[in-house]
Design a protein around this ligand. Structure first.
Ligand SMILES: C[S@@+](CC[C@H](N)C(=O)[O-])C[C@H]1O[C@@H](n2cnc3c(N)ncnc32)[C@H](O)[C@@H]1O
Length: 146
């Protein structure tokens, strides 16, 4: 049997359940009620109604995750340094934090605010043993390793 390391998705919004199952996601967290609504689906991933900034991350079903992802979430995080410390707590050595952010300069004027500033990009990528970056159309993807 193949071992699939646990994966965590932060700020899932109303993610497509079939997609997260195909990606072998173990846990999803989202502060909005959408998480609670999905909680009842029996053998799929754990949906938790949880705020990554303010709630107790020890409530997560796994002590650590090989892959933690967040897509279009980083801009909404208030205390970004504390958030990154929480992610590092959840990642074992060799794990990966996969972050997707909008490329502000490729977004229409009215949506530019959900991009991140060069200062926050610097904060995001500092303090990892490796930081790999790839731009895909209007999005920038980072693979960050502790
Ligand atoms: C723009 S949506 C992106 C949703 C989804 N990741 C996507 O790519 O379509 C941002 C999401 O981040 C969630 N979010 C914002 N702050 C959060 C926090 N502190 N903890 C967990 N999720 C958060 C919001 O509730 C929202 O669902």
């Amino acid at each position: 049997m193949t071992f699939i390391p646990p994966r965590l998705v932060i700020g899932t919004g109303d993610s497509d359940l079939a997609m997260v199952q195909a990606a072998h996601v173990a846990s999803l967290l989202e502060p909005l009620e959408v998480a609670q609504a999905e909680q009842d689906t029996s053998d799929g991933p754990h949906f938790l109604q949880l705020d990554i900034e303010t709630d107790d991350i020890r409530a997560l079903p796994e002590a650590g995750y090989a892959v933690v992802t967040c897509r279009l979430v980083f801009a909404f995080i208030k205390d970004k340094a504390a958030f990154l410390d929480r992610i590092r707590y959840l990642l074992p050595p060799g794990g990966t934090f996969w972050v997707v952010i909008p490329l502000a300069e490729r977004f229409p004027e009215e949506r530019k605010s959900i991009g991140i500033s060069p200062q926050y990009a610097e904060l995001l990528t500092a303090s990892w043993s490796s930081a790999y970056r790839e731009d895909l159309d209007t999005l920038r993807c980072y693979a960050l390793r502790p």
